[in-house]
Design a binder for this molecule. Structure first.
Ligand SMILES: [Zn+2]
Length: 130
């Protein structure tokens, strides 16, 4: 799916996907109650306000839960829930993880361009940063 196709079917999330395309991790926040949420919605899931705005997020998170798939001679495949420093817990992929990956590990956002067109937000272990 391209950004143009996304705009037709899910305009609520368009700013988020435009952000990932530009290498920015944007988080939706309610202008009335102040709560952040993800995935992006047109109506606040906490107070039903429509005053949603997007703001840059830190891109820092902690692994809340994870599932590891091991396939011989292939990199680990890790799907995880990570809790963003801003509060929301989101489902994502941990890239370039090693066997020591565990609940509680700090991670940071990165981006992965998909062949269909959209750029996904993924996370990688922060302890591997130099
Ligand atoms: Zn709200």
């Amino acid at each position: 799916m391209t950004l143009a196709e996304l705009a037709d079917v899910n305009f609520d999330a368009l700013p988020f996907w435009q952000g990932t395309e530009a290498g920015d991790f944007l988080l939706a926040r309610c202008g009335d109650c102040g709560e952040a949420h993800h995935y992006p919605r047109a109506v606040c899931p906490f107070c039903r306000s429509e005053a949603i705005r997007f703001e840059p997020a830190s891109g820092k998170a902690t692994i809340y839960s994870l599932a590891v798939t091991r396939i011989p001679e292939k990199p680990l495949r890790v799907v995880a829930y990570v809790t963003l420093d801003e509060g929301p817990t989101i489902l994502t992929k941990i890239v370039d993880a090693d066997d020591a990956v565990a609940i509680g590990d700090p991670v940071r956002v990165d981006f992965e361009k998909h062949p269909e067109g959209l750029t996904a937000a993924v996370f990688r272990l922060a302890r591997n940063d130099k």
